[in-house]
Write a protein that binds this ligand. Structure first.
Ligand SMILES: Cc1ncc(COP(=O)(O)O)c(C=O)c1O
Length: 387
């Protein structure tokens, strides 16, 4: 690690991240390199962002061509990369319209605004409560911290945004108990990522979806971590055979550039009118060039491979003695260990050239979707030594 970078970082950057002792200077595919040229096989994708790995050549070309043509224009004007990304996203998913933001939290903020305004327009004031799930994670803004169903996030920053209540995941009675006529939306991740890579039960999702439809409550699915092919489907909702009223995306959608997206069906795609929502950088042409490349690359064939590689990785991990269970879908996996501490395993992994993540007490794997079987085998052999 270059001492100066660590020192400058410690001196000038707010101390909000407990960084590992690793300075990444470059990357290609699933590998990255530190300041001494040591190679690391990265099963984290920058927390699910580098969906096509580091510096995919096609993605680089698409983005650099756009950089040289038009870096930014405000949302007061039309621009082709943004319009094309929106068209591709809507056609791909079946949604009516999209709003582009810059992060997952911001996408969720947009979804929450749509849900409350939809209800306000139809029912007036007072029908504004939002049910989220215990153990969820929806972001770090004051409102998305409120939406996050974990007490540990409800500290210090008072007053938090009001109007969020929390139901138990996979317990439909817990959801029903909160339906008192003032609920406008239910928000959920199909696979709780930060909460420990826990997929919801199909039956529970179906029941929530039906409850929402019966009561004109918007069903919002947070696909910030699960979207853009991570689970082997373009949207994780497809595993559950539903198209929610609203889906939010971010992370892997831009392939390494900051983007958020709020996708809305016909019922709520017109809820936000002129000047009711906006963001300076949303739909930026460079970012959208990255989005367009990712969308063009993640076709059905690509997704099939993600699903198959995910199954292979999961089944091989299940064979390891130290692994109690493997949760998750596609290439979004969580390992519950029998005796070892996940955070220690991740630290040791870095020493052995393998980058992984944690999620609660689990080791979390979010490898680039382009990972090869050879790279999976290499990762498994390092994991065997770690476990
Ligand atoms: C499910 C989910 N929602 C929202 C967020 C927040 O996204 P961002 O960090 O881009 O604001 C995350 C980030 O980990 C997430 O996993």
């Amino acid at each position: 690690m270059s001492k100066s970078v660590k020192e400058i970082d410690k001196k000038y950057i707010m101390n909000t991240y407990n960084r590992y002792d690793l300075e990444i200077v470059e990357g290609m595919g699933c590998n990255c390199y530190d300041i001494e040229g040591k190679e690391y096989l990265d099963l984290s994708s920058g927390i699910g962002v580098n969906s096509l790995g580091y510096c995919d050549m096609g993605w680089v070309a698409s983005v650099t061509q756009q950089v040289c043509k038009l870096n930014h224009t405000s949302n007061l004007y039309y621009s082709q990369p943004c319009a094309l990304a929106a068209e591709k996203l809507c056609k791909r998913t079946g949604y009516d319209k999209v709003f582009f933001a810059n992060s997952g939290a911001e996408a969720n903020e947009g979804a929450i605004k749509i849900a409350r305004k939809y209800s306000f327009d139809k029912y007036g004031k007072g029908r504004d409560k939002i049910i989220t799930l215990i153990n969820s994670f929806h972001g770090r803004t004051i409102t998305t911290l409120s939406a996050t169903g974990q007490d540990v996030f409800h500290n210090y920053f008072y007053p938090f945004t009001e109007g969020f209540v929390y139901a138990k995941a996979n317990d439909i009675d817990s959801v029903k108990a909160l339906l008192d006529g003032s609920v406008c939306a239910i928000v959920a991740e199909m696979v709780q990522g930060e909460g420990g890579v826990i997929a919801l039960d199909k039956e529970f999702v179906k029941q929530v979806y039906e409850l929402c439809q019966q009561n004109d409550i918007l069903f919002v699915v947070d696909e910030v971590q699960t979207g853009a092919g991570r689970t082997g489907k373009f949207l994780a909702s497809e595993h559950f055979d539903i198209l929610p009223d609203i889906t939010t995306m971010a992370k892997g959608l831009g392939g390494g550039l900051p983007v958020g997206a709020v996708l809305a069906n016909e019922k709520c795609s017109q809820v936000l009118g002129y000047s009711m929502h906006g963001t300076t950088f949303g739909g930026n042409p460079i970012v959208c060039a990255g989005v367009n490349y990712v969308l063009d690359t993640i076709d059905e064939e690509f997704l099939k491979e993600v699903e198959e590689k995910g199954k292979y990785l999961k089944s091989e991990l299940e064979k390891l003695d130290e692994v109690e269970s493997v949760s998750g879908l596609g290439l979004m996996l969580g390992l519950k260990l029998k005796t070892k501490v996940a955070s220690e395993v991740v630290k040791e992994g870095i020493k052995k050239g393998l980058i992984m993540l944690t999620a609660k007490d689990k080791v979390r794997l979010l490898p680039p979707l382009i990972i090869s079987y050879e790279e999976i085998d290499k990762a498994l052999s390092i994991m065997k030594t770690l476990l």
